[in-house]
Design a protein around this ligand. Structure first.
Ligand SMILES: C[S@@+](CC[C@H](N)C(=O)[O-])C[C@H]1O[C@@H](n2cnc3c(N)ncnc32)[C@H](O)[C@@H]1O
Length: 262
């Protein structure tokens, strides 16, 4: 991973970004450090278990990233050392607090998270966050701020309208920018088991359907759309037996959705 990222030219804003998503997918699988498979994947690409170690390396690509549903920052804090800036948006104040606790330990953070339901690329909340990160790195950028990359992990299944969020993502991108989105696949009725019953309120769909995501990304205007299985997460799920509720392991395929803005 380290070597691949170093090969990226700075200031990428064109279709040369297209090979970036493939390089990001191991980072996604790494967002689940409990998973042995994910750890093995990270080791395979980096030679280390600890992606944060690369923070001091000069392998930063000069791109600005927007993350939808940043949560506690599992993915954000892994990506941030490799990019110029990252703004996370999340609608849960508890998630933002946990993110900010992690942030407090960094001396010169290039990332932040805002408690915001993003529907407008020009929202003062998003523009303000981008402006403040640009100021921190002493860079003068003419607003409106747009990003090179939009990422999202395990969040799409919470969002009521994929068409609306994809349109918002598209509007937030610079021309040539890229979306790389992962979530578990709706591979059939069994996909519902990803969440135990107690966690199903707030889940809008039990995973993402390949054809549906593909179609909506294309309808949104994205170019070079690709929706494919990227990795598998083995997860404990509830199961019923004659004695009552027990736990068992189940594999959930994860999709990665790519698209570029013309
Ligand atoms: C399952 S968590 C994933 C968090 C993080 N991406 C990770 O992988 O650890 C889903 C997150 O999406 C957030 N969320 C739900 N709807 C959202 C929306 N419309 N906009 C932004 N965040 C949202 C939730 O608050 C939650 O933090």
């Amino acid at each position: 991973m380290r070597a691949s990222l170093q090969k990226q030219p700075p200031g990428i804003q064109t279709k040369s970004m297209l090979n970036l998503p493939n390089k990001l997918s191991p980072l996604y699988s790494a967002t689940y450090p409990r998973s042995k498979m994910a750890r093995a994947e990270v080791r395979r690409h980096t030679g280390t278990n600890d992606l944060q170690r690369t923070a001091a390396d000069p392998c930063i690509i000069e791109i600005d990233v927007l993350e939808i549903g940043s949560g506690t920052g599992l993915l954000s804090f892994m990506l941030a050392p490799h990019v110029r800036s990252l703004v996370g948006v999340d609608t849960a104040s508890g998630m933002i607090s946990a993110f900010n606790t992690k942030l407090a330990s960094l001396t010169t953070p290039n990332l932040c998270a805002i408690n915001h339901c993003l529907t407008n690329p020009d929202s003062p909340e998003l523009q303000g966050a981008c402006a403040s990160l640009a100021t921190q790195r002493r860079q003068k950028v003419e607003p409106p701020y747009r990003v090179d990359l939009v990422v999202s992990h395990l969040t799409l299944h919470h969002i009521p309208s994929l068409a609306e969020i994809f349109a918002t993502m598209y509007a937030c991108l610079k021309p040539g920018g890229v979306v790389v989105l992962t979530d578990y696949e709706d591979f059939g009725p069994e996909a519902i088991r990803f969440h135990p019953e107690s966690k199903r309120p707030g889940v809008e769909r039990h995973g993402i359907k390949v054809d549906e995501a593909n179609k909506i990304l294309v309808q949104t205007g994205f170019d070079e759309v690709k929706v494919e299985r990227a990795f598998v997460l083995r997860k404990e799920v509830d199961a019923e037996d004659v004695e009552g509720r027990v736990q068992e392991d189940m594999d959930f395929p994860f999709l990665v959705c790519f698209g570029t803005k013309r």
